[in-house]
Write a new protein. Sequence first.
Length: 121
Amino acid sequence: MGLLTLTGLTSHHRRASWNWFLGSAEARGRGVGRAAQVLGLDRAFLELGLHKVFAEVMADNDAALKAQSAAGFRREGYLRGHVLKDGRPRDVVLLGILASEWSELREVARRALSDAHLIAA
């Protein structure tokens, strides 16, 4: 269906890079990505003890930007011509979420997914 990874974990700074995508068209719009985000952020902050999770999202990927924002990620920066895709420079938006922010959002996010029967409460 997709993939979610935390890479570049650093114990000193307690942060990691967040990478995810839904590879299955059937998974889109059904809450699968949202459930993965909630479970992934729980793992990052509650199990791994991270302070921050950050992501780089292509500036023209409206769906990913919307999904990250819905999970609580905030825009932190904009990198012009940061990556090459199909041989041309593309802009990237930097997003991040702190453990303190997730602790405030967590219960509401988990309750919504539980009500939709996507994860156990």
